[in-house]
Design a protein around this ligand. Structure first.
Ligand code: AMP
Ligand code: MG
Length: 395
């Protein structure tokens, strides 16, 4: 299954089970959350014309070029009087432009005469250095649409409009399950044949960053009764996200449990790393089973599970940021799966980590992005490839 087809199916499923519950939160607590309702401007911004400079405001319409006396001083936060004809006003950045004035000249371009009148040395034009009312927003305008992910900038925009609270979509509850008899948690001693569980912390931290509520469901041994029991204990989540256990058919206990008490489809994705993906349900709780190799977990989470989870919260724009860069490497043999190489941006080129094994998480720690090489493609150095920054994916 091509990556686009898998993503389209997942997004359809997410759309069908969109989270509709919402909560109202103080602005400072909405970071990482999804806006539940369109945010309309209830103010013009700026609410009145204001000065973009420290300088002098005058009325060009009735000015012949003569030096002008200063009739008032306007600081930010003050309400000025209308400009007296035949005068100018001393004005500071952010202060309201007095009625009648249509131009602000910066203080560096004027000369204060011995009689304290202001001589304007440079040619002046109407509107100069004035930030007009409503240049940013107009009352009634749509500012942020429902489904927008909120970060510092959106929070700032809402604050500038005076919003103290916002309606956001309730957090998605995601249970993280690591499957495998070989897994041991860090801090414990390793026995023969055992490895430390790294996927758990990768996914738990990542989900938290995304604004999800994480239910850390620990390690699931490779046996059917325990799998059934543990899945049954996760009935109050929006998604069970597991890793491992999907590549070896006979030890795929997750798949067996889903087949018995839910629904199972196994997708063979044309993606490398990360070919096998389990998508299904256990007693009506959606389940996504990612492959267990750490780099496979990372790539399939980033490109499939992450957009799925965002769409469940109503986010429309779920595709990661992606741009073309010249390849800093040769790719002589075309693959039959789309590859996401762990790479770096070095001197304007996409370079790749020396070891691209799906078991190597270190490649991703070295990397600052995924380099996309399309199926059936070969590359020579300098040809364009797509680069997906990890900084975008990790948020
Ligand atoms: P599986 O999909 O269960 O066959 O696992 C594929 C590979 O990933 C095996 O080498 C596993 O030992 C490894 N693996 C599975 N789960 C994890 C995990 N949570 N942390 C680190 N490695 C894992
Ligand atoms: Mg396993």
């Amino acid at each position: 299954m091509p990556v686009e087809a898998a993503l389209a199916r997942l997004l359809e499923m997410a759309e069908a089970s969109r989270i509709v519950e919402r909560e109202r939160l103080p602005l400072a607590q909405v970071e990482g959350r999804v806006l539940a309702e369109d945010l309309m401007a209830t103010l013009d911004l700026p609410p009145w014309p204001n000065s973009a400079m420290d300088g002098y405001a005058l009325a060009l319409a009735d000015w012949q070029g003569e030096p002008l006396p200063v009739s008032q001083k306007i600081f930010a936060g003050q309400a000025p009087e209308a400009l007296k004809p035949g005068t100018c006003a001393r004005i500071f950045t952010g202060a309201p432009v007095p009625q009648g004035a249509d131009c602000v000249e910066m203080q560096e371009n004027v000369e204060i005469q011995p009689d304290q009148c202001v001589r304007f040395r440079e040619p002046l034009s109407p509107g100069q250095n004035i930030r007009p009312q409503g240049q940013e927003t107009r009352v009634g305008e749509l500012i942020l649409s429902a489904g927008t992910r909120l970060g510092p900038i959106e929070q700032g925009l809402a604050a500038s409009l005076g919003c103290a609270e916002l309606d956001v979509v309730r957090k998605v509850r995601v249970a993280v399950l690591s499957t495998g008899d070989e897994l041991v948690e860090p801090g414990q001693a390793l026995g023969p044949g055992q490895i430390y569980n790294s996927n758990r912390v990768v996914l738990c931290s990542w989900l938290q960053r995304m604004g999800c509520e994480v239910v850390d469901a620990g390690i699931l041994p490779d046996d059917l009764p325990t799998t059934r029991l543990r899945l049954g204990q996760l009935q109050d989540v929006d998604l069970i996200l597991s890793t491992g256990g999907v590549s070896v058919g006979e030890a795929d206990f997750l798949g067996m449990a889903l087949r018995e008490e839910g629904e199972l489809t196994l997708w063979k994705l044309a993606i490398k790393p990360g070919k096998p993906l389990t998508v299904g349900q256990f007693r009506n709780v959606p389940v996504i089973g990612l492959p267990g190799n750490p780099a496979s977990t990372l790539v399939t989470f980033a490109l499939l599970a992450r957009p799925y989870l965002l769409r469940r919260q109503g986010v429309q724009d779920v595709e990661p940021l992606k741009f073309a860069l010249p390849a800093g490497f040769d790719w002589p043999v075309a693959g039959n799966r789309r590859e996401y190489l762990r790479g770096r941006l070095e001197q304007g080129r996409a370079t790749i980590y020396r070891n691209q094994s799906s078991g190597v998480l270190r490649s991703a720690a070295w990397a600052d992005g995924l380099v996309e090489v399309l199926e059936g493609r070969t590359l020579t150095e300098g040809e364009p490839v797509f680069f997906i920054p990890l900084s975008d994916l990790l948020g």
